[in-house]
Unconditional design. Structure first.
Length: 229
């Protein structure tokens, strides 16, 4: 995708974003017109925890992984953001360092919205501020839930919740291409223990491990492992 096409496509995505839907047409187009396109290859870091943050970014194509580093050198995966999602809004709002790592999980096209352009629009559009607050609260709740899961639930329960967090297909079993190392990072466990858990589920016919895929055969059995809220 050329830079001009990426920018045009990105602006269309942003114009349709719920965050900016509360703006009047002219204000929304003025802000989106100031967004800058950026491209990243698969595995390339976008920003790191502690980096200076004066912008937020929209995912136009690809997937961005948000994670937290640990003292042991590993990472806890907080979210994989598909096209249409925004990230970096916390540092953009307060002008302080980034609170997490962001990495291009696949080849990505992003649009960057600078703080100097966004803040004046937020001041003039209270409805947009409220939508941004709702988005931030949802993100914080998801992060808090992930941390609470690691603290209070055993690995099979945490792993089941992660597998069930991906939408089921309308027909056929759900197929996930996450590696066991990635699942371990998301579940806050070791790859060896995740492998042991998945192999046990495979023997019981709950999942199938084939060609790098984790195929969920019996999601109802995974749901039995997850406490009801």
């Amino acid at each position: 995708m050329t830079e001009m096409k990426a920018a045009a496509h990105g602006r269309k995505v942003l114009e349709q974003s719920p965050l900016f839907s509360a703006m009047d047409e002219r204000s929304r187009r003025d802000l989106v017109a100031r967004a800058l396109p950026r491209s990243y290859g698969a595995g390339e870091p976008i920003c790191r925890m502690g980096d200076r943050g004066l912008s937020m970014m929209a995912v136009i194509t690809g997937t961005v992984r948000i994670s937290l580093p640990t003292v042991k050198g590993k990472e806890i995966i907080l979210a994989d953001l598909p096209a249409g999602e925004l990230f970096g809004e916390i540092a953009m709002l307060d002008g302080k360092p980034r609170s997490a790592n962001a990495t291009a999980l696949t080849k990505c096209e992003l649009l960057v919205l600078e703080r100097q352009h966004v803040i004046p629009f937020l001041k003039e559009n209270p409805a947009v501020c409220l939508k941004l607050m709702e988005m931030l609260c949802a993100r914080i709740r998801r992060s808090d839930e992930r941390m609470a899961d690691i603290a209070f639930f055993d690995l099979p329960t945490r792993l089941a919740k992660i597998l069930l967090s991906y939408p089921e297909k309308a027909s056929g079993p759900t197929r996930l291409s996450l590696s066991q190392a990635e699942l371990a990072e998301m579940a806050g466990g070791t790859r060896e223990n995740v492998n042991r858990c998945l192999r046990d589920w495979q023997r019981r016919g709950i999942v199938e491990l084939k060609g790098g895929w984790t195929i969920i055969l019996k999601p109802e059995e995974l749901r039995r492992l997850v406490p009801r809220s």
